[in-house]
Design a protein around this ligand. Structure first.
Ligand code: SF4
Ligand code: SF4
Length: 463
């Protein structure tokens, strides 16, 4: 703890500044869903603050019982494990704290200490093992990935008659897309991957996926290990250098975008951070006319603004849509060059491709959004009960627009939200087909030019 207090000045401020005003107590979705008082954000902080007082304050050292200071016992460590893994690091509570105390950072510090003393979480550690050994969270090896992409190209061609490509390891492409590996074959994730491919095709931009960087997700953030987080991020820098791309675009994944937007610069030098030779080489290589990195929603939005994409919005008329702001995007990052761009841009993309859109109620969207309940390393069946309970506030807000506006589609820009909601919405009486990606909507409405020879073949076979 002493080491972390020295490294992160914010942590010491968070330990000292709380006045126990109670403004954060009912703001956490896990507290709302479980009614467990230890899930109040201030109580979650107190698990660490009591130990901080014992070792780092005068009163705590000499009069521990008077100031609620306590030693870090085995029993207390068990509580740390339980409650730091019942926090998705979503930062909602910090929005309401008059001092801006960020429980997510306290949780991250708690997990870092747990990791250091050898108390790890099986789910996130296994995922990191797969990432380091095979290259992505799902453990999908390069040849399997190649087969999957070829299969998708065939599916798109059969459905549209357009030879949309999903290139892998194409050297000299303009854009390298880094996306969560769930996009390669999980439903509904894959529908968004098809959407990205169609956007690149329609805009005539050469792009590629990378077998080395076949995972945008970075669970290093969840296990509280800077080394793991950096190692995971470095694969992306290496792939960008190997392939010689000019731009790096990140697919629909909330925490991946938070890591990319907020940490890649100092972790890897993507975005004017690193001072080492490879960082500088990458900065020279990347096109300064575009943000590095860029979110896929920013990318598509820019093309829409330039009039480079054509849509038939009526193709989405069977859908009445609402949008869930992913917590990591809403409160851990930004998009575009306007304040609040991360709220505006995905909604503008949806409105450009669909006619029927309604927001959920104020206080549950934008910076006040609720986490899906499965973020921060909780997306494991072992934690199903807390995941279902943690989804409660989002499900209540969703239910309101389902009742009032007949909404039948919850649009997302996060792989974890997609996996979480498809699993938990049945507990709330909804069908998992109501869950999908923003680029799934783009894929439905985008108009692609059918090559003449395909069109002629189709006419001939109709005859
Ligand atoms: S899950 Fe979110 S709202 Fe709850 S304590 Fe953690 S950061 Fe705060
Ligand atoms: S809102 Fe801030 S100051 Fe008030 S109890 Fe919560 S963390 Fe402490």
């Amino acid at each position: 703890m002493g080491d972390l207090l020295g490294r992160y000045r914010s942590l010491r401020v968070f330990m000292d500044a709380c006045v126990h005003c109670g403004a954060c107590t009912d703001k956490c979705h896990y507290y709302i869903g479980t009614a467990d008082p230890k899930n109040m954000p201030v109580a979650r902080q107190e698990l660490m603050r009591s130990v901080y007082r014992r070792h780092f304050t005068f009163a705590g050292k000499y009069f521990p019982s008077l100031v609620g200071a306590q030693d870090l016992t085995e029993e207390l460590l068990q509580d740390w494990y339980k409650y730091y893994y019942q926090c998705s690091e979503c930062r909602r509570c910090s929005v309401y704290c008059p001092y801006g105390i960020d429980t997510a950072e306290v949780t991250m510090a708690g997990r870092e200490i747990l990791d250091t003393v050898g108390i790890g979480q099986k789910y996130t550690n296994e995922i990191m093992g797969k990432l380091h050994r095979i290259g992505n969270n799902l453990g999908l090896p390069g040849p399997a990935l190649e087969d999957t992409l070829l299969g998708l190209e065939e599916d798109i061609f059969d459905a549209t008659g357009v030879p949309v490509k999903l290139p892998l390891d194409a050297e000299g492409a303009e854009v390298m897309l880094v996306t969560p590996s769930a996009d390669f074959f999980s439903e509904p994730h894959v529908e968004s991957l098809i959407g990205y491919a169609k956007v690149f095709h329609a805009a005539g931009i050469k792009w590629t996926l990378s077998s080395k960087a076949s995972e945008a997700g970075n669970f290093g953030m969840f296990i509280g290990s800077y080394d793991n987080m950096r190692r995971a991020a470095m694969r992306i820098r290496d792939a960008a250098l190997d392939l010689g791309v000019k731009r790096i675009v990140v697919g629909e994944c909330g925490h991946a975008w938070r890591v990319a937007y907020s940490f890649w610069n100092t972790l890897t030098g993507v975005g004017h951070g690193g001072e080492d030779a490879f960082s500088k080489q990458l900065q020279q290589q990347l096109d300064p006319n575009y943000p590095a990195p860029q979110h896929i929603c920013e990318f598509t939005y820019d093309l829409i603004q330039q009039g480079k994409l054509k849509f038939d919005k009526s193709l989405n008329d069977h859908r009445t849509i609402t949008f869930h702001d992913s917590c990591n995007v809403a409160r851990g990052s930004r998009m575009g060059d306007m304040p609040g761009g991360q709220f505006v841009i995905p909604r503008e993309v949806i409105k450009a491709v669909a006619n029927n859109f309604y927001d959920m109620q104020e206080g549950t969207i934008n910076e006040a959004t609720f986490c899906c309940g499965g973020g921060g390393g909780l997306l494991t069946d072992d934690l199903m009960e807390i995941r279902v309970k943690g989804a409660l506030p989002r499900m209540e807000a969703f239910n309101n627009v389902v009742q009032d506006k007949q909404v039948n589609f919850l649009a997302l820009i996060c792989a974890i939200c997609k996996a979480q909601f498809t699993k938990v919405v049945p507990y709330y009486g909804f069908d998992m087909s109501m869950i999908g990606g923003v680029h799934q909507l783009v894929a439905t409405a985008i108009l692609l030019e059918v090559p003449e020879e395909t069109a002629q073949e189709s006419v001939a076979s109709d005859d």
